[in-house]
Write a protein that binds this ligand. Structure first.
Ligand SMILES: O=C(O)C(=O)C[C@]1(C(=O)O)C=C[C@@H](O)C=C1
Length: 360
């Protein structure tokens, strides 16, 4: 699949002067619940009303969605509020029912995106549709798998495509429910600058009080929209209670978010920016030069070790370096996380250099 301007057409055609907002409850629970939330979201920035009809749950025995019955409730939402409607589909049967009920936007969930078989089944069922189809990232941070799913849909002649960034599962507990790994979303945007990308701060954070912050980061990174789970009584929601916000909170979030533009044409701003960028270019070159020099020293260490048959990895020395560099980094305003990531990469490169010499 190639990037092309037309990928944005469906979004441009909405002619919004704010980010695209998809909002509504995690799950459709009852007809009253769906309609009450929808009426509270009418006349806000929300263009698409979402509700989960079929819920893929981690373990059996939990609420798994109301099923096809809920699609009728979504149709009432459209008729009564004028909002378009959106839901998740996870197999061909879901697609058939969603299309029969004229759902305007369908998304493929993270647990489906991981499976090329499921994605292909969904793509085949959707073949040639003019509905909007958004692909959530797979649960694991695998950009090729994410884009592969989009490609399967594009090959099924589906034109109105986009992606949803909902974060990634980790074994370690972090402050996020699913860590954002923003680098992946950035890489995706550099490969497909015109493919609409929506952020899902509800699933990234898992906590409503972090939603604003993640939404702002997403907008600062040029995301096109937000999908935010919204419920009039979040505490008592049947699923994902901790991450849903009330319609009032959603309106406040949209009011408080700073919407940035991609650039500004003012001359003074561009002069100042270009000056600073020239400085960055010089520093980047110095960094590369220094890293190259460091590897030349590593090569010499490799030659020494080869003569004496000593192993490459020297954990004690390496831990000393890491400890010192974390402290040094603090003095220069660099986070421990960054220093550890950077020096681990440097260490690996040094090991690769020495390995080449030892294996000669
Ligand atoms: O000090 C060494 O023995 C090295 O091989 C150098 C170096 C490094 O790049 O700093 C690389 C590998 C070792 O694990 C420790 C440190």
């Amino acid at each position: 699949m190639e990037n092309k301007k037309e990928l944005r057409t469906w979004l441009d055609d909405l002619k919004l002067n704010h980010p695209l907002v998809v909002a509504g409850p995690c799950s459709a629970e009852t007809e009253e619940q769906v309609l009450k939330i929808a009426h509270e979201l009418k006349d806000t920035d929300v263009s698409y009303f979402r509700a989960g009809i079929w819920k893929p749950r981690t373990r059996p025995g939990m609420f798994e969605g109301v099923g096809a019955l809920g699609l009728k409730w979504l149709q009432r939402v459209k008729a009564e509020t004028g909002m378009k409607i959106a839901t998740e589909v996870a197999n061909a049967a879901h697609v058939k029912l969603a299309l029969e009920h004229d759902v305007d936007l369908l998304w493929i969930g993270a647990r489906s995106t991981v499976s090329p078989f499921i994605v292909q089944e969904i793509a085949d069922a959707l073949e040639g549709t003019d509905k909007i189809v958004l692909v959530k990232n797979p649960v694991n941070p695998d950009l090729a798998l994410w884009l592969g799913a989009v490609e399967r849909l594009a090959s099924a002649n589906i034109k109105n495509l986009g992606v949803i960034h909902r974060g990634f599962s980790t074994y370690e507990k972090t402050k996020y429910r699913n860590t954002p790994e923003w680098q992946l979303a950035i890489e995706l945007q550099s490969k497909f600058p015109d493919l609409p990308i929506i952020n899902d701060p509800s699933h990234i954070t898992g906590k409503r009080d972090m939603i604003f912050d993640v939404s702002q980061t997403a907008l600062d990174l040029n995301f096109d929209g937000l999908m935010i789970e919204t419920h009039y009584d979040p505490e008592n929601a049947w699923s994902d209670a901790a991450q849903q916000v009330t319609p009032e909170t959603l309106v406040q979030i949209m009011k408080d978010l700073k919407i940035r533009k991609e650039s500004d044409s003012e001359a003074d701003y561009n002069d100042a920016l270009n000056n600073l960028r020239a400085k960055i270019d010089v520093i980047d070159n110095q960094i590369i030069e220094l890293l190259g020099k460091r590897m030349v020293v590593a090569d010499s260490i490799g030659t020494l070790k080869r003569q004496k048959n000593v192993s490459v990895l020297q954990s004690k020395r390496w831990n000393e370096i890491l400890g010192k560099m974390v402290l040094e980094g603090q003095d220069h305003g660099l986070s421990e996380e960054f220093i550890l990531k950077m020096f681990k990469a440097i260490h690996q490169e040094s090991i690769n250099h020495q390995e080449k010499i030892l294996k000669k």
